[in-house]
Design a protein around this ligand. Structure first.
Ligand code: NDP
Length: 297
C-alpha cells in the first residue's frame, strides 16, 4: 500500500474537542448552552442509532440536546407543528429532522418548514441557494466534512481537477459547490455519465458518493490522487451470517495507486456528526449576536 490513510475518526475527535471549547466559551458569554434539537419519526433502526449518537455527542460537547420522538404513524401536521415550536424556542439553535421520513410525510415540506437560520443540516433551499451564490449559511454536514479532510491534507485546492461521483442534494451537489468555491475545476458524474473510468482518471481529487459497493476501481485512479469515499454499504462478510461495511471505492486496490484515501469505516463517516455539532455551535453564536472568527472552527 502506498496511499496515506486519511484518519477521519481522529480528525472528527479533534473537531469535537474544539467545538467543546467554543461551546464552553459560548455558555460563559451568552449565559446559556448552545442547543441542538433532533426529531425522529418512527423506529428505523439505523436512524435510532444515529439519533442516539447525535444526542450523546451533543452532550459531550457541552451543548444542550433536545430529542423528540414521534410514532411512525404521526401525522404530517403534528411534525410541522413540532418544527414550528422548535423554530420559536430561543434555547434551540439548530434543528435536525432525521431522514428518511415515513412515506406519508412530505420530506420537502418538512425541510421547508425549518427556519433557515436553524437549519444546521443545510438542506433548506435558502441554504442551498446561499451556498450556490457564496453567502454565509449552513452547508450539509457530510460534504463540509469531506472538504475539511481535503484541506487538511492538501492545503490550497485551487486549480485542482475534482470529480464528484453522485449528484444528490445532500452530498454530491453541495460537495461540487464547495469544491468550486475552492477554485477546483469540478466535474459532477452520475448514473448517465459516459466513460466514468476515464472521467475519474483525470481527477486530482475524487469524491465518491454513489451507494454502490466498491464500484470505483484502482485503475480509475490517477496515481497520487486524493480519494474521499463517502459510501457506506453493508455487504456479506466472509464469515457466514455476518456483514461488513465497505465504501464506494475498492479500498485495497485504490490504496496502491492513490496519494491519500479515506477508509470505510473511519473516514468520512465520523465527520458528519462532528460537523453537525460545529454547525449548531456556529448557529448559537449567530443567534446570540456573538462574534466567531471565520477561521475559529
Ligand atoms: P443517492 O442515492 O441520493 O445518490 C447517489 C448518486 O449516485 C446519484 O446521483 C446517482 O446518479 C449516482 N449513481 C448511481 N449509480 C451510479 C453509477 N453506476 N455510476 C455513477 N453514478 C451513479 O445517495 P447519497 O448521495 O444520499 O449517498 C451516497 C452514498 O453516501 C451512500 O452510500 C450513502 O450511504 C453514503 N452517505 C454517507 C454519509 C456519511 O458518511 N455520513 C452521509 C450521506 C450518505 P443519478 O442522479 O443519475 O441517479
Amino acid at each position: 500500500m502506498t496511499a496515506a490513510v486519511i484518519d477521519g475518526k481522529a480528525f472528527a475527535a479533534t473537531l469535537r474537542a474544539r467545538v467543546g471549547e467554543l461551546a464552553r466559551a459560548f455558555e460563559e458569554k451568552a449565559g446559556r448552552k448552545a442547543g441542538l434539537a433532533v426529531v425522529l419519526v418512527g423506529e428505523d433502526p439505523a436512524s435510532q442509532v444515529y439519533v442516539r449518537s447525535k444526542g450523546k455527542q451533543t452532550l459531550e460537547a457541552g451543548m444542550a440536546s433536545f430529542e423528540h420522538k414521534l410514532p411512525a404513524d404521526a401525522a404530517e401536521a403534528e411534525l410541522l407543528a413540532l418544527v414550528d415550536r422548535l423554530n420559536a424556542d430561543p434555547g434551540v439553535d439548530g434543528i435536525l429532522v432525521q431522514l428518511p421520513l415515513p412515506a406519508h410525510i412530505d420530506e420537502q415540506k418538512v425541510i421547508a418548514a425549518i427556519a433557515p437560520d436553524k437549519d444546521v443540516d443545510g438542506f433548506h433551499v435558502i441554504n442551498a441557494g446561499r451556498l450556490a451564490v457564496g453567502q454565509p449559511g449552513y452547508v450539509p454536514c457530510t460534504p463540509l466534512g469531506c472538504l475539511m479532510l481535503l484541506k487538511d491534507r492538501l492545503g490550497d485546492l485551487s486549480g485542482l481537477d475534482a470529480v464528484v461521483i453522485g449528484r444528490s442534494n445532500i452530498v454530491g451537489k453541495p460537495m461540487a459547490q464547495l469544491l468550486l468555491a475552492e477554485s477546483c475545476t469540478v466535474t459532477v458524474a452520475h448514473s448517465r455519465t459516459r466513460n466514468l473510468a476515464e472521467v475519474v482518471r483525470r481527477a486530482d481529487i475524487v469524491v465518491a458518493a454513489v451507494g454502490r459497493p466498491e464500484m470505483v476501481k484502482a485503475d480509475w485512479i490517477k496515481p497520487g490522487a486524493t480519494v474521499i469515499d463517502v459510501g457506506i454499504n453493508r455487504v456479506a462478510a466472509a464469515e457466514e451470517g455476518k456483514t461488513r461495511l465497505v465504501g464506494d471505492v475498492d479500498y485495497a486496490g485504490a490504496a496502491q495507486v492513490a496519494g491519500a484515501i479515506t477508509p470505510v469505516p473511519g473516514g468520512v463517516g465520523p465527520m458528519t456528526i462532528a460537523v453537525l455539532l460545529r454547525n449548531a455551535l456556529v448557529a448559537a453564536y449567530r443567534h446570540a449576536g456573538l462574534d466567531l472568527a471565520a477561521d475559529a472552527i
